[in-house]
Design a protein around this ligand. Structure first.
Ligand SMILES: CC/C=C\C=C\CC(=O)SCCNC(=O)CCNC(=O)[C@H](O)C(C)(C)COP(=O)(O)OP(=O)(O)OC[C@H]1O[C@@H](n2cnc3c(N)ncnc32)[C@H](O)[C@@H]1OP(=O)(O)O
Length: 113
């Protein structure tokens, strides 16, 4: 799943939650879609941060779903929706960050889209 909270009054925080590595399961992708919609429609929210729980950003596709029927929102439109966001979106990356276009492992950092 993805948890939505609001911090510092105007920052929407979306936390990827899927132990052990916050992989992009169908439920997580749906959670990001839902929480993005919620944050974008909230006038008090001026910017968004996406992070992972427990010092790990994201392990990429959920390998436990490999070989099963695809469900949930597809990844590419989700990425495009984040890139097209009318509010700035920052990824707060800690630990591993694996996904569609590459992989990295670092102590901490952030990227903006
Ligand atoms: C709809 C499609 C959506 C997105 C598609 C995107 C394309 C991709 O993302 S392709 C890449 C898919 N991801 C992977 O192949 C990652 C594979 N995992 C790793 O490389 C490593 O496990 C790691 C994430 C770098 C972490 O390494 P490390 O810290 O050494 O831990 P491990 O002992 O390897 O793993 C711990 C624990 O996590 C489980 N796990 C790891 N990756 C995933 C994952 N992607 N999904 C689900 N679970 C994962 C691993 O099995 C271990 O579980 P145990 O139960 O403890 O054995």
């Amino acid at each position: 799943m993805a948890q939505y909270t609001r911090v510092a009054g105007s920052v929407g925080l979306i936390t990827l939650q899927n132990p052990p590595v916050n992989a992009l399961s169908a439920m997580v992708r749906q959670g990001v879609v839902d929480t993005m919609e919620r944050a974008l429609s909230a006038p008090e929210v001026k910017s968004l941060v996406i992070c992972g729980q427990k010092e790990t950003f994201c392990g990429g596709a959920d390998i436990r779903e490999f070989g099963t029927k695809m469900s949930g929102p597809p990844l590419t439109p989700l990425i495009h929706a984040i890139e097209a966001s009318t509010k700035p979106v920052v990824a707060a990356i800690e630990g591993v960050a694996l996904g569609q276009t590459g992989a990295s492992r670092g102590d901490s950092g952030s990227t903006a889209s």
